[in-house]
Design a binder for this molecule. Structure first.
Ligand code: NDP
Length: 452
């Protein structure tokens, strides 16, 4: 049987673009790719990239204050969202263009429309065109989940926050995960009176407890109003704003309410179940380690598979898929010891097990340090950096490394190499400190804070 394509990819995000580029450019496959929105996907268009630019934008106010302490004669008159937003749009256009070029240069044919699966070898485009392919890759990502409650239609999500016409005076962020905590810090840094409601007792559930507490304390010290144990029961229009009634009976008025209460796989109406693809309870595509679904010709990578919802993981899954299916090299991504960063202020970099996870598995030694870093101390700030190594008492292997500090994301990338290599505490110790730096503290942690 002949097909129109060797591979047809649905979704032009991190995973789909990498798979298409490698399959066509490196392995000579004939590849088509359909994207219904903008090329680049969540990460580039409405996720990591614009978020990080907003993080940078929100940090300059504090940096300008610190600059004054360093002798700079500056006057900060406030943040201009409109000016920043114009620059943001321009940068996203540039990046989208770069993604398109990458695909074009690799010989991938792109279709700017929605595609759905008809059967194991056929997709239908929104304009009615049917296309056959030997393999189909589902890389449609996820979308924000908003629970149903009275007035839930008034909320925005991370999809809309990048398109605000103006900066709100007072904002509410609901949720306690990556996205909620990052945006609470961003808006606060931009001068917005920012409140965060989280239903549990501490934000960033799942991460190391001491780090969560450290981050929350600093966020609050910097002005974010974190209300734990609080959720919304009702939202009503109140003039231009919204009146929120919470589970504890309190009411407050906000200009915007943003929900960041998790993301769900984007599989609705995609035709997968009808084509025989096994789906999970959350609507995720069930795959094996090679990203193959229950239908042998259909594969899936990235957030739609609900494995680890991080761009670099989607990229690796897409690359491994292309190498396996078109390059004759059977390989999988590696989901162990994945370093990641939460771009809160203060920033959090983490790899490996939290103290709580490690303690549940065996005897550990925990090394911690908290200190005021010289750069901000000089400027009169009370902010503290916090670092922790979780070490196996038996093997001495560093099971987890957690850093709450400016640039913690940059630090954890490198510490992640050591942890991934199976470094022991003694390997850290025999590495000479880089002085004066913050990260040198990681190699000078002499006595355990506790043993459990
Ligand atoms: P998360 O799963 O991290 O957090 C969801 C939050 O919403 C949790 O605090 C959860 O509470 C809360 N929640 C869930 N359902 C409800 C509900 N019905 N009512 C009230 N609160 C609710 O999701 P995010 O949306 O923040 O992020 C999605 C994924 O995107 C992340 O898991 C991450 O992999 C990725 N991401 C990574 C980033 C990075 O690397 N820096 C940045 C942004 C996103 P509870 O804890 O009680 O369950």
């Amino acid at each position: 049987m002949t097909f129109d394509y060797d591979l047809f990819v649905i979704g032009g995000g991190s995973g789909g673009v990498r798979a298409a580029r490698v399959a066509a450019g490196d392995h000579g496959a004939k590849v088509g790719l359909a994207e219904e929105f903008r090329m680049g996907g969540t990460c580039v268009i409405r996720g990591c990239v614009p978020k990080k630019l907003m993080v940078f934008a929100s940090e300059y106010g504090g940096m300008a204050e610190d600059a004054q302490a360093y002798g700079w004669d500056l006057e900060v008159k406030g943040f201009d969202w409109t000016r920043f937003h114009a620059g943001l749009e321009k940068e996203l256009d540039r990046l989208e263009g770069a993604y398109r070029n990458t695909l074009r240069n690799a010989g991938v044919q792109t279709f700017d429309q929605r595609a759905t699966v008809v059967d194991p070898h056929t997709v239908a485009l929104a304009d009615g065109t049917r296309i056959t392919a030997k393999h189909i890759l589902i890389a449609v990502g996820g979308r924000p989940f908003v629970p149903e409650f009275e007035g839930s239609e008034h909320v925005i999500t991370s999809n809309e926050i990048f398109h605000m016409k103006a900066l709100p005076k007072k904002a509410l962020i609901v949720g306690g995960g990556y996205i909620a905590s990052e945006f609470a810090c961003i808006l606060n840094g931009m001068g917005v009176d920012t409140h965060q409601y989280y239903r549990g007792n501490q934000i960033l559930r799942g991460f190391d407890d001491e780090c969560r507490n450290h981050i929350a304390t600093h966020m609050q010290a910097h002005g974010v109003h974190i209300h734990t144990g609080r959720d919304i029961v009702r939202l009503e229009k109140d003039g231009e704003g919204l009146l929120a009634t919470a589970t504890d009976g309190s009411t407050d008025r906000f200009d915007i309410v943003m929900y960041a209460t998790g993301r769900v796989p984007n599989t609705e109406g995609l035709g997968l179940a009808d084509a025989g693809v096994k789906m999970g309870l959350k609507g995720e595509v069930v795959v094996d380690d090679y990203s193959q679904t229950s239908v042998p010709s259909i594969f899936a990578v990235g957030d739609v598979t609900d494995r680890i919802a991080l761009t670099p993981i989607a990229i690796r899954e897409g690359h491994a898929f292309a190498d396996t299916v078109f390059g004759g090299q059977k390989r999988t991504a590696d989901w162990e010891l994945v370093p990641s960063a939460v771009f809160t202020q203060p920033e959090f970099g983490t790899v490996g097990l939290s103290e709580e996870e490690a303690a549940a598995k065996g005897a550990i030694e925990v090394y911690t340090t908290a200190f005021r870093p010289m750069q901000t101390l000089f400027a009169g700030r009370q902010d503290r950096v916090f670092m922790k190594l979780v070490v196996s008492a038996q093997t001495r292997v560093v099971l987890g490394c957690h850093i709450v500090a400016p640039h913690a994301g940059e630090m954890i990338q490198l510490a992640g190499v050591a942890v991934k290599m199976g470094a022991t505490k003694e390997d850290f110790d025999r590495t000479v400190a880089v002085h004066p730096s913050m990260s040198e503290e990681l190699v000078t942690l002499r006595k355990p804070t506790r043993k459990t």
